[in-house]
Design a protein around this ligand. Structure first.
Ligand code: FAD
Length: 397
């Protein structure tokens, strides 16, 4: 897929990312899935190709690039290996972008240095009893003298066990036990007593990145760890949701990339495979399938690029990011499923990447805000009001 409106630099960046994706990244993708090992060697490749920390401002050692630049890299990488695409998301968007927007000088320097040296930060929001309703989190940070004491449990934390930098959201309480709202804290694994990785989830796909349960047991943090202060009962949470719009665009991009990769495989195979004495792409049933797949991808790409562009100088627009993520994640699942069908029995074999892609792409209507909850976000924005389930704070993004 290629969309118009890219600058010459963006076209070059896209070509660089595609070259990397089509070469070493594609070669390792099946092994990363099979071994379920985090691909540290791909992290080095991304670092060398300057595809991580791209959105970090230049004064902190980054390239000061926009969301669309990151999207172009993520899209290309995800077509070959969704795990590597996700690493590019989380080293350009999500936690790192929240720290860059809300952090102190010291926090920004710390986070930028860690990401640029190859650390993929973890963002810790979801809890066993607070998923879509993130505002219902019970992890708490109690101010005690000159420190915060954090207790609680997060789960489904991407990178738990490999990430060092953690952005942890908790309800903040003052010395007297009064709730101040949700705040975000920075903590470094292995340097913070009380931060424990307690379980790795056995996931359906995206197996090269661990999804973990993280427990905080009397984890002590200095006030300087507070990146996103609660700012009253609602505002800290609103800041979190605003920053998360970049992560949502990133998630949509990975789904788009996976589907584009699957589409290309189906297109090539449809020429190669002969049945009834002719290439299977001479059958109208498959021609129309290819046409529909290409339309879905083109529309998804336009939504994703548009959402990315909306974030220039800030974060992507909430409505555009939600629309892009819903449409792309749902259609990407269909496109990958259709692509698999082109291969007949071979599509069902683990020797081809289609079955991995089908497992990987299934995640994106769930993580980063479910398609249902994001529809609430879209409807709420269209109606210009908070819907009943979100009146006390936006639902999980
Ligand atoms: C691979 C993966 C990686 C993830 N990574 C992270 C991470 O790094 N950090 C993090 O904090 N979290 C992460 N998550 C968690 C993810 O954000 C949550 O799974 C998601 O927000 C949904 O929460 P839940 O799983 O508890 O589902 P629930 O909230 O229990 O939802 C169950 C069902 O009810 C529906 N539902 C809920 N509320 C409504 C409503 N108001 N209207 C209509 N339908 C509704 C949902 O759409 C869903 O279909 C990850 C999840 C996955 C699968």
């Amino acid at each position: 897929m290629n969309a118009s409106g890219l600058s010459p630099d963006q076209v070059k960046l896209q070509a660089r990312a595609r070259e990397l994706a089509g070469g070493p990244v594609a070669k390792r993708a099946a092994e990363v899935d099979r071994t379920e090992q985090y691909p540290w060697d791909n992290v080095d490749l991304l670092k060398d190709a300057k595809l991580i920390g791209m959105t970090i401002p230049t004064q902190y050692g980054g390239q000061g690039k926009g969301w669309l630049d990151a999207v172009l890299a993520i899209e290309a990488l995800s077509a070959a290996c969704a795990v590597t695409g996700r690493i590019a998301v989380e080293t350009n968007m999500g936690a790192i972008s929240a720290v860059m927007a809300y952090g102190s000088e010291e926090q920004k320097k710390l986070a930028a240095d860690m990401v640029l040296s190859g650390d993929k930060p973890a963002i810790c929001i979801t809890e066993p009893e607070a998923g879509s309703d993130a505002n219902g989190m019970t992890t708490r940070a109690d101010k005690k003298g000159n420190r915060y004491v954090v207790n609680g449990r997060k789960h489904w934390i991407t990178g738990g066990g490999v990430s060092r930098l953690h952005l942890i959201f908790a309800k903040v309480f003052d010395e007297k036990g009064n709730e101040e709202g949700i705040g975000g804290f920075l903590a470094i694994r292995d340097e913070t007593v009380g931060l424990k990785i307690t379980k790795r989830e056995p996931t359906m796909g995206l197996r090269g990145i661990p999804e973990a349960v993280i427990d905080f047991e009397d984890m002590e943090l200095p006030p300087s760890a507070l990146v996103m202060p609660p700012r009253g009962l609602k505002k800290g949470f609103a800041d979190l949701m605003t920053a998360y719009n970049s992560q949502r665009v990133g998630a949509a991009t990975v789904a788009l990339g996976i589907a584009e990769g699957a589409y290309q495989l189906a297109l090539d195979w449809s020429e190669e495979r002969h049945q009834f004495g002719r290439p299977i792409n001479e059958f109208q049933g498959l021609q129309w399938k290819l046409a529909d797949m290409s339309i879905k991808l083109r529309a998804a790409q336009a939504l994703v690029y548009d959402a990315a562009r909306s974030g220039e100088g800030g974060f992507p627009d909430m409505l555009l990011a939600a629309q892009a993520k819903i449409f792309t994640s749902e259609n990407a699942i269909q496109v990958v499923n259709d692509a698999l069908q082109f291969f007949g029995a071979r599509g069902y074999s683990r020797e081809l990447p289609l079955e991995r892609m089908a497992r990987d792409v299934r995640m994106f209507t769930i993580g980063g805000g479910t398609a249902e909850v994001l529809r609430n976000v879209v409807a709420g924005a269209l109606l210009k009001k908070k819907l009943p389930q979100t009146r006390d704070g936006w639902g999980k993004v």
